[in-house]
Design a binder for this molecule. Structure first.
Ligand SMILES: Cc1cc2nc3c(=O)[nH]c(=O)nc-3n(C[C@H](O)[C@H](O)[C@H](O)COP(=O)(O)OP(=O)(O)OC[C@H]3O[C@@H](n4cnc5c(N)ncnc54)[C@H](O)[C@@H]3O)c2cc1C
Length: 399
């Protein structure tokens, strides 16, 4: 009997655990360990600040889904990986032995990379990256509506979550117009990308054209190759352009780095704590450790003036989880290996702008590369349908 431990219960971890259950015999045990009891549908976090969603609308307990599928679940944080003795230690004091370990822990936001970056009291920006931070930002949003002024939204160098920043800026534009205060609240978007819609991929089809057009039509100014020096309560200061952007309401996506227990194991992670893997999503240095999703090292194929992270959507993380599970099972003697690097995984991303949007499908074959400009409120409804459908799929254990 083998024991496989999957750490993380989001896109990559759930997909991997369910696929493993389908591939391994009942005598093999699968345990998911996660710091979170609930599954959270991240794409809908952009709607929390303005009160369009509550946390209870976009999350649900994950334990019943896993236990119904025959997977054990432990709700605790992994603190230590002992790769030599093949055990992990948890915050609750448990030490779990494993035959194979699959790390699907995403990463940790690096607020310390720019002075003033981060929610109060440590910084001067709001955050949409966790439900609690987004809820906290509601007071800042109300203050902006009551006393409108300039807004800066964007992405820090090395960060990769461009889509959420674009969507947030475009949705904010719509909300400010609805509140009839848009003229008093100019929006500036800052990004390290060489052009809008680069996404660390050198663009996705005609994403550049679509985003530039959307920003011009909405009157959203933008600064590309923006090196943010520091952020104050009333401004964002760009180092490379000596520019001071006044701001009453600032949201900047920080870079993301691998979790501490990964960084602590020699040669498991790179300098950013991302796990370099072989063709089978197996750690280069530890053959019994696999990794999937945002925890994996994905290096940019194109160089840029400022460091730009590579955007890895949730759909790609899930598929990485499934492929990793297939290869892990094959290493245990069940089935055959499969090669599918992240760049060969078809991704689907709906970019909602509140009033006009973009459905992007990116794949290895050119016919899979589809970018559809969606007029009117359809992009919003496409995103709502995606939210409902994907949450239903996971609750049913069909991811
Ligand atoms: C605001 C926002 C909007 C987004 N919008 C979109 C979108 O519209 N479309 C899209 O495709 N993608 C979107 N994404 C990106 C998508 O959410 C990520 O690609 C996806 O979450 C990555 O999945 P993952 O499973 O690799 O890691 P994560 O989702 O980061 O999950 C990591 C898991 O590991 C657990 N964990 C972490 N550390 C430990 C530890 N030490 N011990 C135990 N467990 C641990 C966590 O609790 C969690 O369960 C968005 C992300 C954000 C934040």
């Amino acid at each position: 009997m083998s024991h496989v431990v999957v750490v993380g219960s989001s896109y990559a971890g759930i997909a991997a655990a369910l696929e493993l259950r389908a591939k391994l015999p009942d005598s093999d045990k699968i345990t998911v360990v996660s710091a979170s009891e609930d599954y959270l549908f991240y794409p809908s976090l952009i709607w929390i600040v303005q009160g369009e969603r509550e946390l209870s609308d976009i999350s649900f307990p994950i334990r019943p889904v896993l236990e119904k599928a025959g997977v054990s679940f432990i709700s605790s944080r992994m603190d230590v990986i002992d790769a030599e003795n093949k055990t992990i230690s948890l915050q609750n004091g448990q030490v779990l032995p494993y035959d194979k370990l699959l790390i699907a822990t995403g990463g940790v936001w690096q607020w310390g990379t720019i002075p003033g970056l981060g929610p109060k009291p440590n910084g001067h920006t709001i955050s949409i990256l966790s439900p609690w931070a987004a809820e906290q930002a509601r007071a800042d949003w109300q203050a902006l509506l009551a006393n409108p002024g300039p807004v800066v939204i964007g992405v820090a160098p090395k960060a990769s979550l461009y889509g959420a920043a674009y969507e947030f800026a475009l949705n904010l534009d719509v909300a400010l117009r609805k509140a009839d205060v848009r003229e008093q609240a100019p929006i500036v978007f800052v990004t390290p990308e060489p052009y809008l819609g680069h996404f660390g991929h050198d663009g996705i089809g005609n994403s550049r054209h679509i985003l530039e057009e959307a920003f011009v039509n909405r009157g959203i100014a933008y600064v590309t190759e923006a090196q943010i020096d520091h952020i104050e309560a009333d401004k964002v200061v760009l180092g490379n352009r000596q520019q001071h952007l006044p701001s009453k309401f600032t949201m900047i996506v920080p870079p993301h780095r691998g979790i501490e227990p990964v960084c602590a194991v020699p040669n498991l992670g790179d300098e950013d704590g991302r796990i370099p893997v072989d063709d089978y999503y197996r750690s280069i240095h530890y053959p019994d450790i696999f990794a999937a999703g945002a925890a994996v090292q994905v290096t940019p194929k194109v160089s840029t003036l400022l460091p730009c992270g590579v955007f890895v959507p949730g759909s790609v993380s899930s598929e990485m989880g499934r492929v990793t599970a297939v290869n892990l099972a094959a290493d245990l003697g069940h089935g055959t290996h499969k090669i599918k690097p992240p760049t060969d995984i078809k991704s689907l991303y709906v970019l909602d702008s509140g009033g006009h949007g973009l459905l992007m499908s990116l794949g290895p074959q050119s016919w899979l590369n589809v970018q559809v400009n969606i007029p009117g409120p359809w992009s919003h409804w496409a995103k709502v349908i995606t939210e409902k459908y994907q949450m239903w799929q996971i609750q049913e254990g069909r991811i």
